[in-house]
Design a protein around this ligand. Structure first.
Ligand SMILES: [Zn+2]
Length: 189
C-alpha cells in the first residue's frame, strides 16, 4: 500500500521521476528487491489463484508518459532473476491513452499470445484503468490467463472513499510470509 506523502509512495515516484540518476538507481534497487522477494514467496500463490501451474511470460505496463525504457521493464528483464528469462516487452501505448476507463485500445501488441499464461506487472495501481486495459489487450491477443501484480496500491487518506479502507488496512501489520491472497502463513525465504 502506497500512502500519499509516505515513504513507499515517494519511492514509487522517485524511482522513475527523480532528476538525479543516483536517486533513481537506488530506488530501483530497493523496489527490485521488494518485487523479487514477493515473487519468490508468492508468485506460485498468484498462479494457483489463476488456476495455472506457472506463468510462461512476464511483461509490464508501458509508460503512458513517454518513459522509454521504463525502469520497471529494466528491473524485470535484467535485475530480477526470477523474471529475466521470461520477460517480454509485449505492449506499447495505443491510441486512447488519455481516459481513465477500461479500454483495451490504450495499448497495442503485435504478439500472438495464444495459450500463454501471462504475469503483468505495474508499479502503481491508482484507478486500475491502466493495468486492466493492458490485461484486456493481452487477452485479446490470445493470452489464456493474465494475472496483474502491482508494487503499490495508491491511497490518499484524505480522499473520503478511501479513508475507511485505509484505517482497516493500517490495523494489519505487513508480513512477507503472510499471503496477501488468503492470509495463510508461508515457509521462510
Ligand atoms: Zn502467498
Amino acid at each position: 500500500m502506497a500512502f500519499a506523502g509516505e515513504q513507499f509512495a515517494d519511492d514509487l515516484h522517485q524511482y522513475k521521476r527523480s532528476p538525479r540518476e543516483a536517486v533513481r538507481k537506488e530506488k530501483q534497487r530497493r523496489l527490485a528487491a521488494v518485487l523479487a522477494n514477493y515473487l519468490r514467496t508468492h508468485e506460485r500463490c498468484v498462479a494457483a489463484a489463476c488456476g495455472v501451474p506457472h506463468f510462461d511470460v512476464v511483461t509490464s505496463v508501458p509508460s503512458t508518459r513517454g518513459l522509454d525504457p521504463h525502469p520497471l521493464s529494466t528491473m524485470l528483464s535484467r535485475t530480477i532473476g526470477q523474471t529475466s528469462q521470461r520477460y517480454r516487452d509485449l505492449l506499447r501505448v495505443g491510441a486512447n491513452r488519455g481516459n481513465r476507463v477500461l479500454d483495451p485500445d490504450r495499448f497495442d501488441t503485435d504478439d500472438d499470445l495464444t495459450g500463454l499464461q501471462v504475469l503483468l506487472v505495474d508499479d502503481t495501481w491508482t484507478t486500475g484503468a491502466n493495468a486492466q486495459s493492458a490485461a484486456a489487450r493481452l487477452r485479446l491477443a490470445g493470452a489464456e490467463r493474465v494475472a496483474v501484480i502491482v508494487l503499490g496500491r495508491w491511497f490518499d487518506a484524505d480522499h473520503p472513499p478511501a479513508s475507511s479502507y485505509v484505517s482497516e488496512a493500517r490495523s494489519e501489520l505487513f508480513d512477507w510470509l503472510t499471503c496477501c491472497l488468503d492470509r495463510s502463513p508461508h515457509g521462510g525465504f
